[in-house]
Every structure is written in C-alpha cells, then in structure tokens.
Design a binder for this molecule. Structure first.
Ligand code: URA
Length: 441
C-alpha cells in the first residue's frame, strides 16, 4: 500500500518515482482517494525537481489509459498537433494535402481559450459542420474516408482534464514533463501511428524561447518512441500571426485560398513542411523532402482542395463555401489601421494581437462564451516589410456596436503591438527553426 504523503515527500527530495507509485497516485486521484491539494503538491514537486523520461512515460501511460483508446484497422494513420499560435490554421491545409497523398488523418482538435484560437471553433464557422461525432463514427469515417475532424471528447484521457485544471491554478503549467504527458496522453489515445508535432516558439506561443522548445520537442519525441510511434517535431516561429488573418471565418477563407494556391508564403510553406512530414513518417515517402514534393503536387493539382470540400460535405457543412465565401459569417464593418510613419515593421506582439480578436468576440474569456465567427484582423504587412506613412497595416473586421473597441485596438496596434523602425531590421525571424524525426523501429 502506498501513501500520498510519502510519494510527495520522495519527489520533493528529488528522488525518482517508480511506475507503480505514479500509477497508484494518479489512479487514486481519479478515484477520489487522493485529494486535489495532494496532487497539487506533487505537481509543484515535479515542476521544481523534474521528471525523468521514464517517469514521464509512466505518467503518460496512466493518463492515456484513464479513458477510451482507439486502434485503427488501417495503416498510414498520422496526426499533426500544434502547441497553439495566433492565426495558426495549418490543419485545414495540411490535413487534406496529406489525405490526398494517402495518409489517414484522424484529427481531434481543441477549442480556443485564452489568446489562441481553436481549430474546432474555426471549422464551425462553416454552418452545419458537425464536430461532435461519436468515437465509433470517428473511427469508421477515418477507416473509410481517410480524413475526419472532431472536437475533444471527455472519453479521451479524462485524467488530463483533472490534472490540467489543477496545473492551471497552481502555476505548474510550464513544466516540460507535465506538458509532454498532457499532450501525448491525448494524442496516443487517439490511435495515430505517427505524430507530427508543431511546437510554436516566440512571443505568441506557450514556449517563449528556443532552448525550452527544443527540450519539449525532445521530451515529446522520446515519449512517442516509448509508445511505438514514429515522431517528427518541428519548431516554428510564433513572433507574429501565421498567414495574414486572425479570426474564425477569415481563417477558413485564407485556408481555402491557400488550398487554391493563393495562400501567403509563410502559411503555405509551413503547411507543406508539416504535410510532407506526415507523408514521410506514414511511410509513404522515402524522405521528408520527397514528402514535401508530393504535398506540393497535391496542392497544385487541386486534389487537396477537393478532399477538403468532400470532408465539409461528409460532416454536414455546406461545401459551396469553398466557392462562395459570402456563405460564411462576416462582420458588418471594417476599419483600416494605417501606418503612422514610413520605415519598416520591426516586431509584432502576437499574444496581444490574439487578445484583440478575443475582445472583439472572436474567442472566449470563459468556456461558455459564444463565438462571433465574422470578426477578426487582416494584416496587410508583416515583420520586415517596408511601409510608407498612410499605408494600410491592418483591417479590423467588427460589428456596428464595437466602435469604441475598434479605437482601443487601433491605438494599441500602432503604439505597442506593432513596432516600427526607420531602418530595415538586420535579423528577421525564420519560419522553421528545427525539424527532428525519430523512428520507432
Ligand atoms: N496543451 C495541452 O494539451 N497540454 C498542456 O499541458 C499544454 C498544451
């Protein structure tokens, strides 16, 4: 028989916990035999003293089996997950591209909370699109059609929900082993045989610096390998919005434009890089670069766009949105913010930009808030771009009763969130910092 007190004390003193101790502790938490305050104390001890790869795998294991786990009867099942960023809409582009190349893509995505939007909210801008399939329907659709997108369900890794709730209020979110176990328990339960993990780094991301992001990438790859998954981790920039739009309908339109070959370069390049990675770790391309070539072909031929259209139809949405954007919710008013002086854009504060969209109603302050799909921001210039005084910088898409918010946002964008410089910045953020692949055999 174990004691919560002794396990907490052991981790407090920097010792390694056994698999049995971790399993017992988490199982007892789920059963209500270990109290929230004891779990919170253990979380803080893990935050301060760390967790080995073995301990992280044990925690992931018990969280993973706290709920349903899926096992597909088909091959080449690969998912992509992003740690979250502003304007990150790559899922809508890379999933149809990878599916068009023979990858089976089972997406269980999140809703937005805080400054980043959520894939599920964005796709629900398409009226009727059903993200609430049962796990059985999810599995059948994946096996038959090769692409399916639903929202997170309470049946997958329910222990994560309890533990994440405690981390959120005890300042223990930013712990690499705890983030690893949280993300990987859900991803492993969803049954993918390979996982591409896009780890965002920068002022709009969870990971603010590269060295922390690299540690998280290594921890995620190691954990995936222990569970027999092929893994690719990509460190990508989040020091400005990805693409030119932030906001639900706007991001769907930009994704469709990208699938038509008219997307902004950063969004197109990252989507192809990640899709190429999925094709490669699914075993359908010999190298990552061969995977990217296949991805480019699926984009160019229009096949990926057709796969996206079919998915919308299958899941109850109106596929005509692909050709007629007026079928998507739109804001009624537009305000163009112009450049206050000539020069260059030196920097952007991505988190603040995300929060402006939330304040317009495009995201949530609390889980029960309703989303306004039409509002958002369109960026006409990005970091490094040359500007002339009076050039359009950002369009704010808003509704009639939001004129005061618009003035506040406009002031904030010009005075704080977009930084200008008279000279061309000597260094610009790269789009992709690192890509690592690990094979499980
Ligand atoms: N996303 C998750 O699902 N869990 C974390 O701990 C952090 C990001």
């Amino acid at each position: 028989m174990y004691s919560a007190y002794e396990i907490i004390a052991k981790k407090r003193d920097g010792e390694e916990l056994t698999q049995e101790e971790i399993k017992w502790f988490i199982q007892s938490l789920i059963d209500g035999k270990v109290a929230d305050y004891q779990m919170s104390a253990l979380l803080m001890a893990i935050y301060l003293n760390g967790f080995s790869t073995k301990e992280t795998a044990s925690l992931t294991d018990v969280m993973l089996y706290s709920g349903e786990t899926l096992n597909f009867n088909v091959d080449h099942v690969v998912d992509k997950h992003s740690t979250g960023g502003i304007g990150d809409k790559t899922s809508f582009i890379l999933a149809p591209i990878a599916a068009a190349c023979g990858v089976r893509v089972p997406m269980i995505a999140g809703r937005g909370l805080g400054h980043t939007g959520g894939t599920v909210d964005k796709v629900e801008a398409i009226e009727g699109f059903n993200t609430s399939l049962t796990l059985k329907e999810f599995q059948n659709t994946l096996e038959k059609e090769g692409l399916v997108l639903i929202g997170q369900t309470g049946e997958i890794a329910p222990a994560d929900k309890i533990i994440y709730g405690l981390r959120d209020v005890t300042a223990t979110i930013e712990s690499i082993p705890l983030i690893t176990a949280s993300i990987m328990s859900k991803k492993l339960a969803e049954g993918a045989q390979g996982i591409v993990m896009d780890i965002k780094v920068g002022n709009g991301a969870f990971m603010r610096n590269k060295s922390q992001a690299k540690k998280l990438a290594r921890s995620i790859r190691n954990t995936g390998l222990r569970f027999g998954r092929n893994m690719m981790t990509v460190l990508s920039d989040m020091n400005q919005p990805l693409g030119n739009t932030v906001g639900n309908s706007l991001e769907i339109i930009e994704s469709i434009e990208t699938l038509k070959g008219n997307g902004p370069k950063d969004l197109t390049d990252l989507s192809l890089h990640l899709a190429g990675g999925m094709i490669h770790i699914a075993g359908l391309a010999k190298s990552h670069s061969a995977g990217i070539r296949q991805a480019k072909e699926a984009l160019k031929s229009g096949k990926a766009l057709e796969v996206f259209r079919d998915m919308i139809k299958r899941q109850g949405g109106n596929p005509k949105v692909v050709d007629d954007y007026s079928l998507l919710p739109q804001a009624t008013h537009h305000h163009v913010v112009t450049a206050p002086r000539s020069g260059y854009i030196k920097k952007m504060q991505a988190t603040e930009i995300g929060l402006h969209v939330v304040s317009l109603g495009g995201g949530r302050h609390k889980a029960t808030d309703k989303i306004d799909f039409g509002v958002g921001l369109t960026f006409h210039k990005k970091v490094g771009d040359k500007i002339k005084e009076g050039d359009p910088l950002v369009t704010i898409h808003h509704n009639e009763d939001q004129k005061e918010d618009v003035l506040k946002i406009s002031d904030s964008l010009i005075q704080q969130d977009i930084r200008f410089s008279p000279k061309k910045p000597s260094t610009l953020p790269s789009l992709i910092y690192e890509t690592e692949t690990s094979w499980c055999h």
